[in-house]
Design a protein around this ligand. Structure first.
Ligand code: C5P
Length: 215
């Protein structure tokens, strides 16, 4: 078999959570560790890709050979993705916050002030926007963490966001932040069920499939 290579191919990877500020010292966040996205960026770089890793706030080292762009909010992530285009492929692994605080307080909200009420506004869906963009990468990959009817929900997400592949992650018995993932890969051709694998093996497999698809 020919050597799999991504030399000369640009791949965007989003990873980690986003933080949505409430005031200068507080934010809304989620439990995404960034580990799976960073592992995918590392695996793509090992195959020679020009990787742009757009990372939410995580305490992880930058993988070898990867260009990392740190962001905090969903809107900053959307902007960084736009700046990294054009790309041959994009792997959207980030757990982007669905909502942000409508009016961020300019000063720290003090205890003893009137009890604060947060009004939330929907964030841009970065994957869906890329799916309908004129600059859509040839191979667009989304993730879906599901706790039930995993395949059905992920297939619906694939259609709705116009992704080529959805990497569905069964998180029913699991929480974010672990070191292994149980994956179902949904493509136009159907569904592949992968055994429970360490995140770096999920990453290596996925990177190999991306190299084959961009061949
Ligand atoms: O709709 P849901 O959040 O389950 O979709 C998950 C997929 O969509 C992931 O690939 C995630 O990175 C992407 N996403 C995004 N921007 C959002 C929400 C999700 O890119 N605002």
């Amino acid at each position: 078999a020919p050597m799999r290579s991504l030399t000369g191919k640009r791949v965007i990877v989003t990873a980690g959570p986003t933080h949505e500020p409430i005031d200068p010292v507080r934010y809304i966040a989620n439990r995404s560790s960034g580990k799976q996205g960073f592992a995918i960026a590392a695996a793509l770089a090992r195959l020679g890709a020009d990787v742009r890793l757009i990372a939410g706030p995580v305490m992880l080292p930058t993988p070898a050979g990867v260009t990392r762009i740190d962001v905090e909010t969903a809107r900053e992530m959307a902007q960084a993705v736009d700046t990294a285009l054009p790309a041959d492929a994009a792997v959207m692994v980030a757990a982007v916050a669905d909502w942000r605080v409508d009016a961020i307080a300019g000063q720290k909200i003090k205890k003893g002030d009137a009890q604060p009420a947060l009004t939330l506004t929907e964030n841009p869906d970065i994957l869906a926007e890329l799916g309908r963009s004129a600059r859509r990468p040839r191979l667009l990959i989304g993730f879906a963490a599901e706790t039930e009817r995993v395949i059905e929900h992920a297939a619906a997400k694939r259609a709705r966001k116009q992704a080529d592949w959805i990497v569905a992650n069964d998180v029913s018995g699991d929480v974010m932040g672990g070191d292994a993932n149980t994956i179902h890969l949904i493509t136009a051709d159907g569904v592949e069920h992968w055994a429970k694998l360490p995140k770096d093996e999920v990453a290596a497999r996925l990177a190999g499939k991306i190299a084959d698809a961009l061949q």
